[in-house]
Design a protein. Structure first.
Length: 476
């Protein structure tokens, strides 16, 4: 059995009519969540730099212009920042970077990564070129998610623990499948697209806490578009590129014994239904989100005792799974970006601020003296024994008065076992988009996304983002 060919057969043969109604409904939420955090992410410096770089390619020099032209760089797809138009792969890169800039996007536990920031920007960019319908976008997303998540599950977690970032390494396979589906690739062409994407996989965890982490998502989206477009023109790849000698799985030190299981898992069940995606209530790495829940619960108890003041604290004890130490590596963060990968900061912000939103990850909050004082009193202890979630946590605040307040999170909010409601996700979208483009744009685009299966042309959605709302400039 050739696993890559079997995956290609599944993707190329999947029809919208094959999708259960509950999968169609579930598939709209990743579009809502991803595009919401992408718009919010437009104001992040990493997003601005990526968009400006793309824009500069069209005119800065003859060589750059020729390179862009070689990509087929007509003004065919939209950069969400500034609403300029460029080549589809480049739009996917810039928009994918923006979508992951705040680390506020969804997670697939099977993939051990962030699927939608690779898939949705790729689908949006290529869908604009093709005037794809909402149904076609939903179908292509489902196909891409199945590939990214099920390949991830079959390959195991060895590569992640060795330092690879699955959003980049597996996200590109999913994006190639999604884009290949939009282009209507046949089985052989789809196998080539997936084979090409195996050689385009990249992204290392050493760059967590820097602008390069969101770039992993942008590059995965860009390379997925490119792989599918090349395959549609007859570009070839090795059909053994996934599991063969010198292939993807061996290069990433993966579990080869599960290879034969992969084709049997595609659509059985659909990833969107079981276990489902994990959506984030807080704009930071998934790792500290259980500790944030626990810290917010502890703060409620602290408030009952009187004022909340860092100077009253003797010690903050946080029990969290030991494996998170390899992920949350910034113990004395200096920037908001580093704070997203700091257990100490996330707990301190929750205790002192009473909320953990986009505003808490400003550099000046991370550098503030009350936060620094709590971090100096922080004691991270490993959470031992059987736990309900790999992100479970307990927080205890020991006050100088001798009193103690505690909070626990056995299964953090947003995980499949404790999901955010659809309305919660929609409220998050309204806040993210409304803060940048205005509430009328947020409400109008949310209406379109909630009825995505009835949309005739995804370009109508992109144009809806360009409307003005409540005095906000439409040039983020």
């Amino acid at each position: 059995m050739n696993e890559l060919v079997e995956v290609a057969r599944f993707v190329s043969g999947l029809r919208y009519e094959d999708l259960p109604p509950e999968v169609v409904e579930a598939a709209k939420l990743p579009f809502i969540d991803c595009l919401g955090v992408a718009i919010a992410g437009l104001e992040d410096r990493s997003s601005r730099i990526a968009a400006e770089w793309v824009s500069s390619l069209g005119a800065s020099s003859r060589i750059a212009a020729e390179w862009v032209s070689s990509l087929g760089a007509r003004e065919e797809a939209t950069l969400l920042r500034g609403f300029k138009r460029t080549a589809a792969p480049l739009a996917a890169m810039a928009n994918g970077t923006a979508a992951h800039a705040l680390d506020y996007d969804d997670v697939s536990f099977r993939m051990m990564g962030h699927p939608s920031v690779a898939l949705v920007p790729a689908v949006l960019a290529l869908g604009e070129v093709l005037s794809s319908s909402g149904r076609e976008c939903i179908l292509s997303y489902v196909a891409g998610l199945e590939v990214a998540a099920k390949v991830g599950a079959a390959l195991g977690g060895n590569s992640y623990m060795r330092g690879w970032h699955h959003t980049g390494t597996l996200g590109v396979l999913g994006a190639a499948a999604s884009c290949g589906k939009l282009l209507g690739l046949d089985e052989e062409e789809m196998a080539n697209a997936l084979g090409i994407s195996c050689s385009l996989a990249s992204g290392i965890r050493a760059n967590f806490g820097t602008m390069t982490k969101p770039l992993h998502a942008g590059v995965a989206a860009m390379n997925g578009v490119m792989a599918a477009q090349l395959a549609s023109r007859g570009f070839t790849a090795n059909p053994d590129a996934l599991y063969g000698e010198n292939g993807f799985a061996r290069a990433f030190d993966s579990d080869l014994e599960k290879a034969e299981e992969l084709p049997l898992t595609l659509g059985e069940p659909y990833e969107l239904l079981d276990p489902g995606l994990s959506y984030k209530p807080y704009p930071c790495c998934r790792g500290p989100q259980g500790a944030i829940d626990a810290a917010l619960a502890a703060r409620k108890e602290w408030e009952k005792l009187g004022s909340v003041n860092a100077r009253e604290v003797e010690k903050v004890e946080c029990r969290a799974p030991a494996w998170l130490r390899s992920l949350l590596v910034y113990h004395e963060p200096k920037t908001g970006t580093e704070g997203k990968f700091s257990l100490e900061f996330c707990v301190a912000a929750a205790l002192l601020e009473g909320k953990v939103g986009i505003g808490q990850f400003r550099d000046e909050v991370v550098a503030s003296e009350p936060v620094a004082e709590l971090i100096r009193r922080f004691d991270w202890q490993d959470l031992e024994g059987e736990i309900a979630s790999p992100f479970a946590a307990e927080v205890m605040v020991c006050l100088k008065s001798g009193e103690r307040v505690t909070g626990k999170a056995e299964r953090p909010l947003g995980e499949p076992g404790n999901p955010m409601s659809e309305e919660h996700i929609c409220d998050k979208y309204r806040e993210c988009v409304g803060s940048v483009l205005g509430h009328s744009v947020a409400n109008r685009t949310l209406e379109i996304l909630r009825g995505l299966e009835g949309l005739e042309d995804v370009g109508l959605l992109v144009r809806a983002y360009q409307g003005r709302g409540e005095g906000h400039d439409n040039q983020p």
